[in-house]
Design a protein around this ligand. Structure first.
Ligand code: 13P
Length: 248
């Protein structure tokens, strides 16, 4: 089954309203590459303004609560993201799992909340350096997949992002062979659990993706796109990654 390439910018805790021009430039450039789905996940505070300035484009949240509403000071629920015009949400990013103690069960609840609200979900997994060095990366990541992927969902609306923690923001990237091996293992585990639906799910790689390394990372087996942090903040750095995806 042909899967469309998907290139997503995760702006993390970066971006004031003067960054909206970059988003407009990114989406304008993406218009010339209709074979690639392009999305930007800005901070919550910019979602409404980004949707207003780039109507019809894919704008997403970086997290959501597992409940639809309630007494959770400071949290944002998936229906609120949808109400603000978002069409997707990232859940289970390692900066949430590690920094905010989110468990696989929490991540699964967030993914279910996002799907119930009609959003597409990008569910992140990835191992720390010590696990990679001990040779346990695939087992570690497959356990995260088993624990955090919901039981039933539209496979077109749930993507998995493999983001090795040691590669995030460091300039380090796994070998193309290691990326392909991990993505193949994730696809295999999804196929065992969900059958043919696994072929429709997109698997993204994330961690120090840039315009130089994108061509080979995006070409690795079972890689359907990229989740990009630092290099997504400007059109100058992000558009070459979109172009690399379009060239495949
Ligand atoms: P960098 O691209 O800055 O390494 O971040 C990757 C990431 O965490 C995207 O979610």
């Amino acid at each position: 089954m042909a899967r469309r390439k998907f290139v997503v910018g995760n702006w993390k805790m970066n971006g004031l309203s003067d960054a909206l021009g970059e988003a407009r430039a990114i989406f304008a450039a993406a218009d010339s590459h209709s074979s690639v789905d392009v999305a930007i996940c800005p901070p919550f505070t910019l979602i409404g303004a980004m949707v207003a300035t780039a109507p019809g484009k894919a704008v997403g949240g970086q997290d959501c609560h597992g409940a639809a509403s309630g007494a959770f000071t400071g949290s944002v629920a998936a229906p609120m993201l949808a109400d603000a015009g978002a069409s997707l949400v990232i859940v289970g990013h390692s900066e949430r799992r590690e920094g905010f103690g989110e468990s696989d069960a929490d991540v699964r609840a967030k993914a279910e909340a996002g799907l119930s609200a009609g959003l597409s979900v990008i569910l992140c997994v990835g191992e720390p350096l010590a696990v990679r060095e001990s040779g346990g990366a695939i087992d570690f990541v497959l356990a995260q997949v088993a624990g955090s992927v919901p039981e039933s969902f539209d496979p077109q609306r749930l993507a998995i992002a493999y983001e090795p923690i040691w590669a995030i923001g460091t300039g380090l990237v796994p070998t193309v062979g290691d990326v392909a091996a991990m993505h193949g293992a994730i696809r295999g585990a999804l196929a065992e659990r969900f059958g043919d639906a696994a072929q429709a799910m997109r698997l993204l790689y994330g961690g120090s993706v840039n315009g130089d390394n994108a061509p080979e990372l995006l070409n690795a087996g079972d890689v359907d796109g990229a989740l990009v942090g630092g290099a997504s903040l400007t059109a100058a750095k992000f558009v070459p990654i979109v172009e690399a995806a379009a060239a495949l």
